[in-house]
Design a protein around this ligand. Structure first.
Ligand SMILES: *Cc1c(COP(=O)(O)O)cnc(C)c1O
Length: 427
């Protein structure tokens, strides 16, 4: 071997197969950019979390926004998971994929009356309520339907999740949830609500959390509030501990929390709680189960740096431009090459269309196939058609087999909703 140890540490191993599927053959057949997800990797994560929660009365409500493809939701449904939704669209996807309404919780700061009504009609388990105004909206919509909505108050525990500012949600300055002081008033006044049963607590402090301490802090605050409420005569039927478990985006760098350790913190903080426990993991279940396959279009030698131009772009995978996120990028071919340093970019007309800066990779040639790893969460679900680039195809892998779970969007489909300004009207 000629590579120095330093370079061994910098350059992750090539990935010729995924879930026993040959990625070269797959890309040759289906084209690129192409999202490929491993069913076995997802099942493994589900299993780890389920084992960690053994003995607890807990429901895992998969955060649909992480990857909302129907085949992924069907995997979750088959494993007995529920869903955490944030829109009527996600409600429809979850129900259509076989996730029963009684395992669906509805989060988000801007639920419309129409969405609240659709969720009540479906009979979802619970609303995670983010403001007093929303509580009143649920009361009003539920009264019109002559039903009683189950609700949890989303607590903003004012805890620093020690993650990227744009995915931190549990600080007082964030738009999410209400303070414990405000939640206390809700419970004191809740008898005025005839059509809302307010008997749950919810907390979700952010995403890609790699430390146990923020979880411990937030859950301890929620737990002491729960004890206070019970003493004040407000029984609590459910506590939702949110999602946020981090994953390994960068080999040898990110050290994710083990499911068992996370469950240990939940067990310790909520010892003595005999109600129903809810969890809302998204990224943890699917991120590392996905790769974005992309081909090198060309290598551009700039005056100061070499640019590796891929056929995937920020419209396919937004995380690097949106969050400065790191994704390991590896060659699919194991063929040894000397190392080179590239800025890895897409073809979109934005400087932000950059997947990595000064990344050390085996030297590339046009046509080479690369795998952008850790893209099973917040990849395809955040994709757009910016620069009029059709949505990429998605494929599910399972033990050497594959199934297309989203065919590549055609140019016709991309513009299908548009029309000329002909049928003028006044509102
Ligand atoms: C996004 C979100 C989640 C999932 O977050 P992950 O970091 O993907 O686990 C869970 N709960 C709520 C309320 C969310 O907004």
């Amino acid at each position: 071997m000629t590579a120095s140890p330093r370079h061994d540490a910098l350059v992750p191993d090539p990935q010729p197969t995924f879930d026993s599927v040959d990625l070269h053959a797959l890309a040759a057949r289906l084209g690129t950019p192409l999202y490929a997800y491993s069913a076995n990797a997802i099942r493994q994560r589900i299993g780890e979390l389920q084992r960690a929660l053994h003995g607890l009365d807990a429901t895992i409500c998969y955060a649909v926004k992480a990857n909302s493809n129907r085949a992924i939701l069907e995997l979750m449904a088959a494993a007995g998971l529920g869903a955490d939704i944030v829109s009527a669209g996600e409600l429809q996807r979850a129900l259509a994929s076989g996730i029963p309404a009684h395992r669906i919780v509805f989060s988000g700061v801007g639920k419309t009356d129409v969405e609240i009504d659709a969720a009540l009609a479906a009979g979802i388990a619970r609303f995670n309520v983010e403001s007093l105004d929303e509580l009143h909206a649920i009361e009003r919509v539920a009264a019109a339907r002559h039903v009683v909505a189950n609700a949890a108050v989303r607590i903003n525990p004012d805890v620093d999740a020690l993650t990227h500012a744009k995915i931190s949600t549990g600080r007082a300055e964030n738009k999410f949830g209400v303070s414990i002081a405000e939640a206390r008033r809700w419970f004191a006044e809740r008898r005025q609500l005839a059509n809302v049963r307010l008997d749950g607590l919810h907390v979700h402090i952010g995403s890609q959390i790699l430390e146990l301490e923020p979880f411990r802090l937030a859950l301890n605050r929620v737990a002491s509030f729960w004890r206070e409420l019970v003493h004040a005569g407000h029984p609590i039927a459910s506590i939702d501990v949110g999602g946020g478990l981090g994953v390994r985006y960068r080999a040898g760098h990110d050290e994710p929390i083990a499911a068992a350790d996370f469950a240990g913190v939940v067990r310790a903080a909520l010892a003595g709680f005999h109600g129903h426990l809810l969890l809302e993991p998204g990224r943890y279940l699917v991120a590392e189960a996905g790769v974005l396959l992309t081909r090198v279009l060309r290598i551009k030698e700039g005056t100061e740096r070499s640019f590796l131009v891929l056929d995937a772009a920020m419209n396919d995978l937004q995380r690097p431009s949106l969050y400065d996120a790191w994704h390991d990028i590896v060659p699919v071919s194991p063929e040894p090459r000397p190392l080179a340093t590239y800025d890895v970019v897409g073809p979109v007309c934005e400087t932000g269309d950059t997947f990595a800066r000064a990344r050390v990779l085996p030297a590339c040639e046009p046509g080479d196939l690369l795998a952008i790893q850790g893209t099973g969460a917040y990849g395809a679900s955040m994709a757009s058609t910016y620069n009029s680039r059709p949505l990429a195809a998605e494929v599910l892998l399972d033990d050497g087999r594959y199934a297309v779970i989203r065919r590549r969007q055609t140019l016709e489909e991309m513009v299908a909703g548009e029309q000329s300004a002909q049928d003028w009207a006044t509102p």
